[in-house]
Design a protein around this ligand. Structure first.
Ligand SMILES: O=c1ccn([C@H]2C[C@H](O)[C@@H](COP(=O)(O)OP(=O)(O)OP(=O)(O)O)O2)c(=O)[nH]1
Ligand SMILES: [Mg+2]
Length: 156
């Protein structure tokens, strides 16, 4: 049988000194879209605070791809911990440490241990576009209507 990993996009990853001993980002199940990524540092995220959490590695994403940094729903639902810039964008030409920006929306301190799974990384193709500037745009049924123009939430 063909190796299923053959169809995976290879991404070069360099472990940084403070990342030694940590598991690499990994899919928790065979059908997972994101790889869980762990913290390379220990900290306490106070209520309302933000922090760019170290992951302990840098990457060279192949041209034509990006890595999206997304929150974990369990942390969001149970602890109010999310990624304020979600989806975070790691560009293919970025060679610095991958960081996970976290914010604590709960009234409680949120302690993070080294090795805790804090977010997930989705490797995704990027479509590059160019602008084709014109004087007039074609007409549509929607026109300029937006922001709830087709109807609001029941009761509003
Ligand atoms: O969650 C994130 C978001 C960004 N980055 C790194 C990789 C990315 O390639 C770089 C720049 O990110 P972005 O373009 O979102 O930030 P910016 O504020 O526009 O900074 P810059 O002017 O450096 O592009 O920062 C991360 O490590 N994690
Ligand atoms: Mg930028």
């Amino acid at each position: 049988m063909a190796d299923p990993l053959l169809s995976h996009v290879p991404v070069r990853l360099k472990r940084l000194p403070h990342g030694h001993g940590l598991p690499l980002p990994a899919y928790a199940t065979p059908g997972a879209a994101g790889m869980d990524v762990v913290s390379a540092e220990e900290l306490i995220l106070r209520p309302g605070a933000r922090h760019a959490v170290a992951t302990g590695f840098a990457v060279a994403i192949p041209p034509g791809y990006e890595i999206q940094v997304r929150p974990r729903s369990g942390l969001a639902l149970k602890h109010g911990i999310t990624v304020p810039n979600t989806p975070g964008t790691v560009d293919s030409d970025y060679r610095g440490e991958v960081k996970v920006i976290l914010i604590n929306h709960s009234p409680d301190n949120f302690p993070i241990q080294r090795g805790d799974r804090i977010a997930q990384l989705v490797v995704s193709p990027v479509t590059l576009a160019r602008w084709d500037e014109v004087e007039e745009l074609d007409e549509t049924m929607r026109g300029a209507g937006g922001f709830g123009s087709t109807g609001g939430h029941a009761g509003l």
